[in-house]
Design a protein around this ligand. Sequence first.
Ligand SMILES: Cc1cc2nc3c(=O)[nH]c(=O)nc-3n(C[C@H](O)[C@H](O)[C@H](O)COP(=O)(O)OP(=O)(O)OC[C@H]3O[C@@H](n4cnc5c(N)ncnc54)[C@H](O)[C@@H]3O)c2cc1C
Length: 490
Amino acid sequence: MASLTPERKTALRREMEALLGKGAVLSDPDELLVYESDGLTLFRALADFVAFPQTAEHVAALVRLANREGMPFVARGAGTGLSGGCLPAEGGLVISLMRMNRVLEVDYANQYAVVEPGLVNLHLSWAVGPNGFYYAPDPSSQQACTIGGNIANNSGGPHTLKYGVTTNHVLGLEVVLPDGELMWIGGKTRDPQGYDLTGLFVGSEGTFGIATKIIVRILKKPQAVKTVLAVFDEIDQGSNAVSAIIARGLIPAAMEMIDHLTIEAVEDAFGCGYPRDAAAALLIEVDGIAAGMDEQATRIMEACREAGARDVRVARDAEERELLWKGRKSAFGAFGRISPAYMVMDGVIPRSKLPYVLRRVNEIAASYGLRVGNVFHAGDGNLHPNLLYDPREPGIEARVLAAGGDILRVCAEVGGSISGEHGIGLEKADYMPLIFSGADIECMRRLKHAFNPSGLCNPGKMFPSRKACGEAGIAYRPHPIEEKGLAQRF
Ligand SMILES: Cc1cc2nc3c(=O)[nH]c(=O)nc-3n(C[C@H](O)[C@H](O)[C@H](O)COP(=O)(O)OP(=O)(O)OC[C@H]3O[C@@H](n4cnc5c(N)ncnc54)[C@H](O)[C@@H]3O)c2cc1C
């Protein structure tokens, strides 16, 4: 988009304000700074406008206006994404869904809720909790992230091992397509006829349009929960315990690993009861009907001891359980106490490769002179190495990105994938060829083009940008990060 003259910018702001009301549009560069990145602060780009719609019709009108102006637009939830997904990479309009945050309907008999996209994930469980229900997908950011953002990234969380990712909990969506058309896909019942467009939209990272209403499943709270903490002197022992538990035919609700550096950060920040001298701790949870729960916990503890755990115990009460989970769920935040900045990586590997890959992760970080803390969904083989760095050090950003790239290569080499749950966004777009062939990528580009032919909806995300062949009608434009020399092109 050609840059806007000050007069045009003022005129467009007035037009948007006439639509949404005063105070619902930002265009002052100081105010826009807040929206220049998501949780991946290595990549920044300024929008021309941030608008705060309150209805689906508002969103549709904003999208139509953006189309008329040839202006890129991107949906934004809470901005907790970790792959630069809601970054306004090419400027234009950020459509913040934060004012669309209501629970519109709850049907307990049929176990669904209809919500607006800006509803904070945890607030849905709070809303249905008094009736004995909850919403299962629980990213560690659930106190802040929105259900709309979860839909776009097909988010997971600690309980993905047993309950699946977001797509397993979405029945239908009202969406504004990239040309401004408003439509429903899916519905309130299972398996509507025709293509599974809901399944397609979930995980499309805001490139197929903007979700404005979401029908999600809600679940009955489990009758009983047991949380086990297993402590290891060697990280390999913890990794082996993960495979040993699954090999016994047990499917815990969650199986999370936290390594030594992370334990130190968490204990400094919150004092959650993780032993500071441990090389690794596994937080393992089983839930369901009360009968048989003790036996499951016992078998898990046996597997951990056999793998070499020096200490294994069940959380005494709800208070201790909550504290252990607080440590796990706040671990990313706790890194802020031991490092001025960090980049959270997100890769997936076969569980049995955990010992090898964790060793490689540590070697790679060391070879770039970086500290790394690992806290992750071990049961899913979903790694989160956190590369710690000080942004004041010259050249450090390129080193962090290069180390991240090497880690993704190792994940791909062992038969894994470059994203478990945080999405590809801008961060990993150029790494897609590690796991997809040219034909695969072309097929996905064509799919995107069917929804988003103008390319104005969240440009620059998910696909490697190409110099040679034009993207199904969309001209090649270098990424801002490529221009800065921060990203590598395949
Ligand atoms: C401390 C911390 C812990 C985390 N733990 C986890 C975890 O355990 N599991 C996990 O999966 N993720 C985790 N994340 C990553 C992040 O929270 C998730 O990706 C989350 O789903 C992003 O939600 P958001 O509302 O912040 O979305 P944003 O960051 O605002 O946006 C993310 C993407 O969604 C798109 N989007 C937003 N709203 C809509 C909409 N209504 N319609 C269409 N597209 C939309 C945006 O364009 C963007 O592409 C964590 C992040 C942090 C900071």
